[in-house]
Design a protein around this ligand. Structure first.
Ligand code: OXT
Ligand code: ADP
Ligand code: MG
Length: 593
């Protein structure tokens, strides 16, 4: 266990001369600040993402003094997104530390997003005086934070007494990591931090959480039922979701896919679990395989909107809500997930590592390969789509469009497969997802289950801090605006982040006009020809304006060579995008362009 530090003394030399004096007593005491720090350290937490202020300023300072890495942001939402994605990448809860009321609320969006995406995260917020808050007597930053956090978190706790800090931190860690991971709120009132207790009891009150994410072994009959169904399939399909990426069972997942010979479809953040160039990838034949498959095995993916709830036209259903006739196997740690939208014939409940290992062992070495008509039909579609894509990518229009710009990114990622790709926007997101192949697991981080804008710079900072790898952030110009000020954070910590803004002057497109002919621009557009790269210059990073693929390529190569914070303003044809990107159909009044 780590050494539990003791409270610093004021007049140490003086008091030390008097036996039984102040120093003796204080040396045997420990305060709330230190107990929080020691509880986190004891549980292997080494990085904190946050923003200081009352009542946690001294906590951030002392966290740093005690050897933790403290990454301070310009807005708590970005610190929160950073913490959540650190959790996804490391299987350790990402910690976001904020001040009370407004700081807490700024972090809350990220906490809710973490819960929605099943990312383990703990939002730790200081809060104001309970007695005043509860009587609504108008305290500084008064707010009943615990009540507000609860519906957005997997669990929420408050610690009132220094001797309970160990339990509070342990409960938060367990809640974030065990079962389906999620966001946890930990409320630490201002009065808690200076509380002192006897150092020995304080030390004994800390808990090192043993086995915070216990393996959950699937029932053998559930595994057998799933394999029997899979074996009976004529047109089987595996869908890998971000739960599979989170599980870090990469070798077994690959072995399962390869031994089964079954075509697979990666959800966005599962790209790279197997290299996107893998011959069993059906990504380039998505709209063919979903309606045609007869048995679908979901591994760490939910049948939510991203999979059209498992029914309707996407799945070959006769009408928007009709079942397409597929039988589903669902491998998931949550026992409640199956049947959320359509019938799941073979739920396999357990952690993906254990489930996949159990399947592999029950499959044996010889597994009947799927019918060649199915595999060949997919391969034919894939070849056709990849060919079409190659033609489009080879064009070099003026001005540059998404394809010609992303063709460069595709090459750069291929040459740097360890680089982490952060991605947000609408067209900037959707085109990147289908054009830029990923080669390794957990290298693609994006808007996830909510399609949320604003994750870009927080994710980039965390990805660089946690991995030390190069980060490439492909950002829509609107998307970037949500967290753009964090380029200062990127420069301050000198992180190897290369931000590429796909600048088409607006949300989806830059050519909209005010229909009244009035002076105000359309709500969908921005200042034309904005020089985003100067933002990076302002903080000592490298800013580059790129209007051609060649300029973009040079700038990206230089960014990766130098590992300097870089922002490339890639100017894209303002007419190139479509409204809402690939999800136009979800937009009630969308004009189909
Ligand atoms: O099979 P078919 O023929 O269909 O083809 C598919 C694949 O087979 C093929 N493909 C390939 N072909 C060849 N080769 C390869 N390798 C290959 N791989 C695939 O390509 C197609 C497409 O494949 P895909 O993508 O797999 O399939 P599909 O059908 O698209 O999949 C469906 C989905 C739903 C799974 C997928 O589309 C998806 O994951 N979508 C995510 C969409 C999403 O989350 N979007 C973000 C939200 S949009 C909107 O909400 C925005 N807002 C509002 C807002 C938000 N979100 N948040 C907050 C806090 N406030 C406001 C805003 C403000 S976006 C936005 C900003 C937009 O402006 P920007 O300037 O930032 O961005 P620009 O648009 O660039 O201007
Ligand atoms: P995607 O958006 O990629 O489809 P989702 O976020 O919808 O992925 O689904 C992820 C699923 O993975 C969730 O249902 C979650 O319960 C599950 N999950 C997360 N971690 C694990 C794990 N270690 N083992 C099993 N299932 C997991
Ligand atoms: Mg845009």
């Amino acid at each position: 266990m780590d050494q539990v530090a003791t409270k610093p003394t004021a007049n140490a030399a003086d008091a030390a001369r008097k036996p039984g004096g102040d120093t003796d007593r204080q040396a045997q005491e420990i305060d709330g600040f230190q107990l929080v720090i020691d509880a986190l350290k004891l549980n292997g937490i080494d990085t904190i993402f946050g923003l200081p202020g009352i009542p946690i300023t001294d906590l951030t300072r002392r966290l740093q003094a005690s050897g933790l890495r403290v990454i301070a942001f310009r807005h708590e939402q970005n610190a929160g997104y950073a913490a959540s994605i650190a959790g996804f990448m490391t299987q350790k809860p990402g910690i976001c530390l904020t001040v009370s009321a407004p700081g807490f609320l700024n972090g809350l969006t990220a906490l809710a997003n973490a819960t929605t995406n099943c990312f383990p995260m703990i939002l730790v917020s200081g809060s104001s005086e309970r007695e005043i808050v509860d009587l609504q007597q108008g305290d500084y930053e008064e707010m009943d934070q615990l009540a507000i956090a609860r519906p957005h978190a997997k669990a929420a706790f408050r610690v009132l007494h220094a001797e309970d800090i160990g339990v509070g931190v342990a409960r938060a860690i367990r809640a974030a990591l065990s079962g389906r991971p999620g966001g946890v709120y930990l409320d630490l009132p201002a009065k808690l931090f200076p509380q002192t207790i006897d150092a020995e009891s304080g030390r004994n009150s800390l808990i090192k959480v043993v086995d915070p994410a216990p393996r959950q072994i699937p029932a053998p009959d559930a595994v057998q039922r799933a394999l029997d169904l899979l074996k009976s399939a004529k047109r089987p399909l595996i869908i890998l979701g971000k739960g599979a990426a989170y599980a870090q069972a990469d070798a077994d997942i690959r072995a399962l896919v390869e031994r089964s010979g079954i075509p697979y479809l990666p959800m966005s953040m599962a790209k790279g679990l197997l290299p996107d160039t893998h011959e069993q990838s059906a990504a380039a034949a998505r709209s063919y395989v979903l309606p045609e498959a007869d048995v679908v095995m979901l591994i760490g993916a939910r049948l939510n909107w991203l999979l059209s709830q498992g029914k309707g036209k996407t799945w070959g259903g006769a009408s928007p809500k009709a079942w397409g006739g597929q039988k589903f196997i669902q491998v998931d740690i949550s026992p409640q997930e199956a049947d959320s939208n359509v019938r799941v014939d073979a739920p396999v409940v357990g952690d993906i590592g254990s489930c996949v290992a159990a399947m592999l062992s029950a499959m044996g070495a010889k597994w009947p390969q799927p019918p060649s008509e199915w595999v060949d039909a997919i391969s034919e579609r894939r070849t056709k789509n990849v060919g079409k894509m190659a033609e489009t990518l080879a064009k070099n229009p003026v001005p540059m469009n998404y394809h010609s710009a992303l063709n460069v990114v595709r090459d750069i990622v291929k040459a740097n497969p360890d680089a982490i790709l952060v991605n947000e926007g609408a067209n900037a997101l959707d085109f990147t997802r289908s054009i830029v192949d990923m080669y390794k697991p957990r290298k693609r981080l994006d808007v996830g289950t909510w399609g949320v804008m604003g994750v870009g710079m927080g994710f980039s900072v965390a990805a660089a801090v946690v991995s030390g790898d190069q980060v490439i952030a492909i950002e829509g110009d609107s998307a970037f605006g949500f967290s753009g000020m964090e380029v200062e954070t990127i420069c301050r910590y000198d992180l190897p982040v290369c931000v590429v803004i796909m600048n088409n002057n607006g949300v989806y497109r830059g050519d909209e006009v005010n229909p009244t002919g009035g002076r105000d621009p359309s709500p969908l557009v921005f200042v034309k020809g904005a020089r985003y790269e100067k933002l990076m210059d302002a903080f000592g990073g490298v800013g580059v304006l790129a209007t051609t693929p060649a300029e973009l390529r040079n700038a990206m190569e230089e960014a990766i060579r130098s590992r300097k914070p870089t922002l490339i303003n890639a100017v894209i044809d303002e007419k190139a995008g479509t409204e809402s990107g690939r999800i136009t159909s979800l937009n009630p009044t969308a004009k189909k362009k």
